[in-house]
Design a protein around this ligand. Structure first.
Ligand code: BGC
Length: 363
């Protein structure tokens, strides 16, 4: 009877041990998953092995402009070269869509999120959600405002505005200026405008330059820029001497409007991005300058830092930018002014565009 009892006890103990051990294994699996993804564990998102690739989520605003297609491809290539992988989503300038897409990336268990915000303020919620899941967020090209973003990497956007205004004031030191701004929801548009006024203000104070029109362009679209330019022409009775357009898309819209009024080529226009169409307009003389931002440097640096951060390594950022909530560790790259005199030694030399493409419309 005693022997039977201890046999039963041994059996019960063994059973309990097996149960306890397997419960512990499950619990530690769960913990690892929660730490890396913030999600309830499922077979599909439990990391198979320590060697599994780092996965970066890239949440983009739009692929409508030439530059963002390049950013997408260059970033993907750079991440893959580092042995990691990337999942990319683009939101077609729709805040709600971008938030949903970012949530999907977070729930897919990406190790780090790289974000090009459509709306600098609305995307703060993405940063908070990612952080709750233990995922760091990098602000790519555009700054997310009022959120504890982990890193901001971009070109110096204030300097982009300064380069534009310096080039145009050299050509038109006195006169009536039109400012076709970027999207007010994009903080870059504000930084650019600050840069433009850093240069214009002394001229304005001396009474040499008057800003006769100054408007934002919703979503940075050529159509909205066209409308702005027409409004500027109407309001000033066509008495305009120079146009500072925030990028090449808006410059394109503004130049179309000038064409409609028979003024294209008569009035200097600036832009940024070194889009092919802008380079061609520089050759044909309807746009005076653009600002070239070597996107390969941005994409490669962003990929390098993102993969390091995803691995938990420390990174070095040389600047701090206040985004309304914190001093964000920032890396700011140098933009380059391009006009007809240095097209060859900048964008063509770098292979950004081929010589044949740039000079196709040579008049
Ligand atoms: C970028 C520009 C771009 C614009 C419109 C800005 O945030 O810095 O390069 O042209 O967005 O997409």
């Amino acid at each position: 009877m005693d022997r039977d009892f201890s046999k039963t006890r041994l059996f019960m103990f063994t059973l309990a041990l097996v149960f306890f051990t397997s419960a512990c294994e499950n619990a530690s699996d769960n913990r690892a998953t929660v730490a890396s993804t913030g999600e309830a564990p499922s077979d599909s998102n439990v990391k198979a092995s320590a060697e599994e690739k780092i996965k970066i989520g890239f949440s983009m605003d739009t692929l409508e402009e030439e530059r963002w297609l390049r950013d997408r491809d260059l970033f993907k290539e750079a991440v893959e070269k580092l042995g990691a992988e990337v999942e990319i989503m683009a939101a077609n300038e729709d805040d709600a869509k971008q938030i949903l897409q970012a949530e999907t990336l977070i729930s897919q268990g990406v190790d780090l999120l790289v974000l090009v915000p459509n709306n600098a303020e609305a995307t703060a919620t993405i940063v908070n959600k990612a952080h709750l899941a233990g995922i760091k967020v990098v602000s790519y090209d555009r700054l997310v405002k009022n959120a504890e973003i982990d890193l901001y990497i971009s070109f110096d956007n204030e300097q982009v505005g300064e380069l534009q205004a310096k080039a145009i004031t050299k050509l038109v030191p006195k006169g009536r200026y039109v400012l076709i701004g970027g999207a007010s929801t994009d903080y870059n548009a504000h930084l650019l405008k600050k840069g433009v006024f850093n240069v214009l203000q002394p001229y304005i104070d001396r009474g040499d330059i008057t800003v006769v029109y100054d408007q934002w362009t919703e979503n940075w679209t050529p159509t909205n820029a066209y409308k702005n330019m027409v409004a500027a022409l109407k309001a000033s009775n066509n008495q305009i001497d120079a146009v500072i357009a925030a990028n090449d898309a808006t410059a394109g819209g503004a130049i179309e409007a000038l064409e409609a009024y028979g003024l294209a080529g008569e009035i200097p226009v600036s832009g940024q991005d070194a889009e092919l169409a802008a380079a061609q307009r520089i050759v044909s003389g309807t746009q005076q300058m653009t600002v070239y931002k070597p996107l390969n440097i941005l994409a490669e640096k962003a990929a390098e830092l993102a993969v390091k951060m995803a691995k938990g390594d420390n990174i070095v950022a040389d600047r701090k930018i206040n985004n309304g909530k914190i001093e964000v560790p920032s890396v700011l790259l140098a933009p380059i002014a391009v006009d007809k005199n240095n097209l060859d030694e900048t964008i063509i030399k770098d292979g950004f565009h081929s010589r044949g493409d740039v000079y196709t419309l040579d008049y």
